[in-house]
Design a protein around this ligand. Structure first.
Ligand SMILES: [Zn+2]
Length: 594
């Protein structure tokens, strides 16, 4: 593994709340991976932000009679709060509505243009004479010319499901004021993907051996079935990043084109934030950097085909435009470990039908680590999975609590009570003790192998298997009984178990950061495993924006076996997890869809 790891995380649209499917699809696996890499002592940069532009946000603003700026800021600030509660340690979570992102996106546009990878073309677009502006497709409704449904969107009919040619829509009307729009010719810039196709195919083939089969299949399949053609990268819209050319007023960069540029612009913003203006290059120029893109499967074409195409197309031109010396190529994605979807009680999650487990609501009744645990054991890494409340209940009580929480609690409580609040002195360890320690400490290799391959479910399963081994060891050595007849034997097995727990705490910390931090304190450490999160307010030419940052501070966690010494003072232990009542299953199910 290289020293520098870029953890690039999908950008949530700032027009909807976050549900468990979003979390397990992209944000949680990214955080687990970033925390693991930090424990390994690697140079990690985890970035993302709110996708502030695009018509979903302007549509909501119009519906609420508010502004796109208000909608974006309200949801964005909600994300910053939620991501702290669930422990998503972005080094920087910003937004696409910053002066820096505008500038970087416009430079990427110009770099592609100068390299001959953009062209202009004309198309027909709805225009509202009543408002004097072009309307995005989803602002226009009418009667479907295929099935006669009277509330079809101009580009798709929700009744018969067909994609529609907007020009053929019957009796079109504007969703804003009901007036009849007309089709007018408009000019747009297109990204010449056909020209980039050979380089994109080469990029994919170089990664064939280690990419997830579903990601590779979907990406290569798309190009084999239908060779790539130009895609419009501008729109007639006033909320977004202006096209940086004269005579293009009233047109913006299309949101799919500029949001992915956020991975680069956020790294640059992070550097400037800390007064280390050049440091972003450590993640964007060194060919040995590994960049991982954590996204859901609906985003695969943008991250496995189009974004690499944009990066390849820039060559060294972006660097030339921002004055880098010497100009360098931008690093291409190393891996795109996209996840499939999570369903809920056997049905597709749907925000509009309220068929969802909303993370904010969940955290008002439950703790974050049981959520992170359940979303990891059930992570849709290779196929769609299902959130079932009964399964959540069982996994919490029968696995997390029974195998791990009770193990830590009963060993530490027993030590605290019987050895005066200290780690007991084991004397000389027996073969049985060293065998257990070797087995558990082997996890720093076996769990790591799964982590490096982004097999997070398997990594967690391996760590939990090792916890089961410690339970078996305690069943055999039974220190709770031995203490009455052979205090030294009891001290030996409790010391051994504490050392195993101290090691498992590190292996589990990327998954269970809140309780691992607590356990770390119970074990008598005074420096935290991880750093701290904070919200900061920044001011630029576009106004104020809040960002979430991660400060390593006194983080002391290391991916290495415990060296805990006899005699160390412990702190009074408490249970790490709560046992859930079976009644929650029916209570929670009853809330769905209401
Ligand atoms: Zn129809």
């Amino acid at each position: 593994m290289p020293d520098a790891v870029l953890v690039a995380v999908a950008w949530p649209y700032a027009n909807a709340e976050i549900h468990v499917g979003n979390l397990t699809g992209a944000y949680l696996p990214a955080d687990i991976f970033a925390r693991y890499q930090r424990l390994r002592g690697r140079k990690v940069l985890m970035v993302s932000g709110s996708d502030a532009h695009g018509t979903p946000i302007t549509v909501r603003a119009d519906a609420e009679k508010s502004t796109a700026m208000d909608v974006y800021q309200r949801y964005h600030n909600g994300f910053l709060d939620l991501f702290q509660k669930v422990g998503l340690t972005y080094d920087l979570f910003t937004s696409t509505h910053t002066d820096n992102h505008f500038n970087v996106s416009q430079k990427i546009f110009l770099a592609l243009k100068e390299n001959g990878l953009l062209y202009t073309d004309r198309q027909m677009q709805w225009y509202a004479p009543s408002q004097g502006r072009f309307l995005p497709d989803r602002y226009v409704e009418g009667t479907c010319y295929i099935c006669g449904f009277t509330n079809a969107r101009s580009d798709q009919c929700d009744h018969c499901g067909n994609l529609l040619d907007p020009a053929l829509l019957i009796e079109p009307r504007s969703k804003i004021d009901g007036t009849r729009p007309e089709l007018r010719e408009t000019e747009h810039y297109y990204l010449d993907l056909a020209k980039l196709q050979p380089a994109i195919e080469e990029f994919l083939h170089q990664r064939e051996l280690y990419w997830r089969p579903n990601v590779l299949r979907q990406s290569l399949g798309q190009m084999q079935a239908d060779s790539l053609h130009g895609r419009a990268i501008t729109r007639d819209l006033d909320w977004g990043i202006p096209v940086p050319l004269e005579g293009w007023d009233g047109k913006c960069l299309y949101v799919w084109f500029e949001a992915v540029i956020g991975y680069l612009s956020a790294a640059i913003e992070w550097s400037c934030l800390y007064g280390k203006d050049e440091e972003w290059r450590d993640w964007w120029h060194a060919p040995s950097v590994r960049s991982y893109y954590f996204i859901g499967k609906d985003n695969i074409p943008f991250h496995a085909i189009i974004w690499p195409g944009q990066l390849i197309g820039c060559g060294t031109k972006f660097d030339e435009l921002i004055g880098s010396n010497p100009p360098a190529h931008l690093v291409l994605p190393y891996d795109v470990p996209a996840n499939e979807f999570m369903n809920l009680e056997g049905q597709k999650i749907s925000g509009s039908r309220n068929w969802a487990v909303w993370v904010r609501d969940f955290l008002s009744r439950y703790d974050p680590d049981p959520l992170r645990y359940y979303l990891t054991v059930n992570m849709p890494e290779t196929k769609d999975t299902d959130w079932a409340w009964e399964d959540f209940y069982k996994r919490n009580n029968d696995e997390l609590l029974a195998t791990w929480g009770n193990l830590a609690n009963r060993v530490l409580s027993f030590a605290y009570k019987n050895w005066d609040g200290r780690v007991p002195d084991p004397g000389e360890l027996t073969g049985e003790d060293t065998e257990l320690l070797e087995l558990v400490e082997g996890g720093f290799q076996t769990v790591a192998e799964e982590m490096e391959a982004v097999h997070l479910r398997a990594a967690l399963a391996e760590a939990m298997r090792l916890a089961t081994e410690v339970n078996k060891y305690l069943d055999q050595t039974a220190p709770w009984l031995a203490i009455k007849t052979d205090r030294q034997a009891a001290a030996r097995s409790i010391y051994t178990a504490i050392r195993a727990i101290d090691s498992l705490k590190i292996m589990l910390a990327p998954f269970l950061p809140f309780t691992s931090e607590k356990l770390h304190i119970f074990l008598g450490y005074d420096q935290p495993l991880f750093g701290e999160q904070a919200v900061e307010t920044k001011v630029d030419a576009l106004g104020e924006h809040n960002v979430l940052v991660y400060r390593p501070g006194k983080a002391s966690g290391r991916w290495e076996a415990s060296q805990i010494k006899p005699g160390r003072s412990l702190n009074p232990p408490q249970p790490l997890f709560r046992k859930l009542d079976a009644r929650i299953i029916e209570e929670e199910r009853a809330k769905l869809g209401r």
